[in-house]
Write a protein that binds this ligand. Structure first.
Ligand SMILES: O=C(O)c1cc(=O)[nH]c(=O)n1[C@@H]1O[C@H](COP(=O)(O)O)[C@@H](O)[C@H]1O
Length: 224
């Protein structure tokens, strides 16, 4: 079975990214490249990692007016990422524009409530519902817009999947028991998140900051 674990290769350094990808390759289903990597290395950097042979999740969390997001997705299409992120808060028309511009075999998934936010942080930005209610609201919106799935924490995935059984659920904020949570506030262990219904687990620092990233990735795969 293909591993559901994607390793977030969050570094601006292309050589380090290539070394990390090669180290985790036997134990991962794919790699995730996000803003830190993309701002430093651009599409050429993504192509440089594609040669590792792992599926690529391009996590750029696009969030702008529909025309701009649609054109940005069209510009990214030649990279043919397996998965691409947009922000659900951009609204239904923006989400639909992203889906329409993406290659058919690229999953477009919408970030609902960042795993670094708790209910107090949501209140600060004017969202007075709890995270699970907001995730459900944005999951419904993303589904209506034609997205393939959402990004949410492990705490919301069971509820979201119950309402969207064939959705694709990406779960970051994943921490092996006892590891440092850092800036993540809604966390679960890999096994818990998978049991709750995640399609993909995203793990970054617990692997990339480990003394042996290969061993850390192997241990996570073995825990599932
Ligand atoms: O879209 C994401 O991947 C994402 C959404 C979210 O709500 N929370 C979140 O942490 N992420 C990403 O998942 C990765 C988590 O990294 P670690 O906290 O180091 O495991 C980072 O690359 C984040 O950008």
């Amino acid at each position: 079975m293909t591993s559901p674990v994607f390793i977030a290769i969050d570094t601006p350094d292309l050589s380090r990214a290539q070394r990390l990808a090669a180290a985790v390759r036997p134990h991962a289903g794919g790699i995730k490249l996000g803003l830190e990597f993309f701002v430093a290395n651009g599409p050429g950097g993504v192509r440089g990692l594609a040669c590792e042979g792992l599926p690529i999740f391009l996590d750029l969390k696009l969030h702008d007016i529909p025309n701009t997001v649609g054109k940005a997705v069209a510009a990214l299409a030649p990279l043919r990422p397996a998965v691409l992120t947009v922000h659900a808060a951009g609204g239904e028309a923006m989400l639909a524009a992203a889906r329409a511009a993406a290659p058919e075999d690229t999953k477009v998934v919408a970030v609902t409530v960042l795993t670094s936010l708790d209910d107090g942080d949501l209140a600060d930005i004017g969202v007075c519902d709890a995270a699970d209610v907001q995730v459900r609201r944005l999951a419904d919106l993303s589904r209506r817009a034609g997205c393939d799935g959402i990004v949410c924490s492990g705490a919301e995935v069971a509820g979201a999947r119950a309402a969207w059984p064939d959705g694709y659920f990406v779960v970051p904020g994943v921490r092996p028991a006892g590891s440092d949570t850092g800036d993540q506030k809604r966390v679960m262990t890999p096994a818990q998140a998978l049991a709750a219904g995640a399609s993909m687990l995203v793990v970054g620092r617990p692997v990339t900051a480990a003394e042996s990233p290969a061993e850390a990735a192997r241990a996570i795969a073995a825990s599932l």
